[in-house]
Design a protein around this ligand. Sequence first.
Ligand code: NAP
Length: 269
Amino acid sequence: MTASSSKGSALITGASSGIGAVYADRLARRGYDLILVARNRGRLDDLAKRLNDETGRTVRVVAADLNDKVDLGRIETLLRTDAGMTVLVNNAGVAAVMPLLNSDVDAMDDMITLNVRALTRLTYAAAPGFVTRGGGTIINIASVVGIAPESLNGVYGASKAYVIALSQSLHKELADKNVRVQAVLPGATATDLWAKAGRPVEHLPNEIVMSTGDMVDAALAGLDQGELVTIPALPDAADWQAYEAARQKLLPNLSRKTPAERYRARAAA
Ligand code: NAP
C-alpha cells in the first residue's frame, strides 16, 4: 500500500499487546506514523512489520521499561525532540485485583510508578512541544475504576483516578492552545492484563467484557466527537453529564472562610 501524507507521529506506550496494539493499528490506518513503546521488542517488531506492510506508514519501535528511569528518560527525550510528534497515547499500565490487605506494597509501588509516574513524565515531555507547534493530542487510558475505586484493588483505582484528574486539569490548561486531551475510561476489556493481575478475563461474566477492537473504536469515536472523558460502555451520555454537573456545582463552595453550619453547632454549645 502507498502511504498518503502523514498526520505526524503517534507515540503509543504499551503497544505490544491488548489495547495499545489496537490503537497502533487504528492510528496507522488513520494516517499516523507510529512510535511503539513497550518492553517486549519481539512483539513490537512483529506489529511494526505488519502495520508497515498493511498501511505503508513508518513504524518505529523503541523497547523500554517505563519503570526504569534511564529507559523512561529516553522516551521523554524522544517526545521532547521529535518535532513531528502529534499524538501521545499514554496506555501502558498494570492492574491489581486483590484487596489492599492481600497485596504486596512493592507491587503497588511498581504499579504507581508505571500508571502514574511514567504517564506524568511522558505528558510533561510531550505537552510543551505540542503547545509550541500549535497543536497535539494526548490520550490517557484511565479506567472506570477511577470513578469506582471500590470495585477492584484500591491502589489501581486510585492510580486511574489520578489519570482522570490530571486529564481534566490539563484539558482546562491546554484547551486554548489547541492541545486536545482525552481520558478514556474502559470497563473490563478482553486483554491479558487480567491474567497478569491474577484473574483471567475468562473468569468475568461475558456480558461485562468488551473486545479491544470495540473499545478502541468507541474511544476514537469519542475523540472525534471532542469528548474530554469517554466511557465506551456507558449507554447514556447524560448519566456522565449529570455526574459532572454535580461536581461542577460543588466547585464554588469548596473553599470558604467559615466552616459549614452543620460543623459549628458543637463549638457554639
Ligand atoms: P495489556 O495487554 O497487559 O497491555 C499492557 C501494555 O503495557 C503491554 O503492551 C505491556 O508491554 C505494557 N507494559 C507493562 N509494563 C510496562 C513497563 N514497565 N514498561 C513499558 N511497558 C509496559 O493490558 P491492557 O488491558 O491492554 O492495558 C492497557 C491499559 O488499559 C492499561 O493502562 C490498563 O490499566 C487500561 N485498562 C485496561 C482495562 C482492561 O479491562 N483490560 C480496563 C480499563 C483500563 P510489555 O509487557 O511488552 O512491556
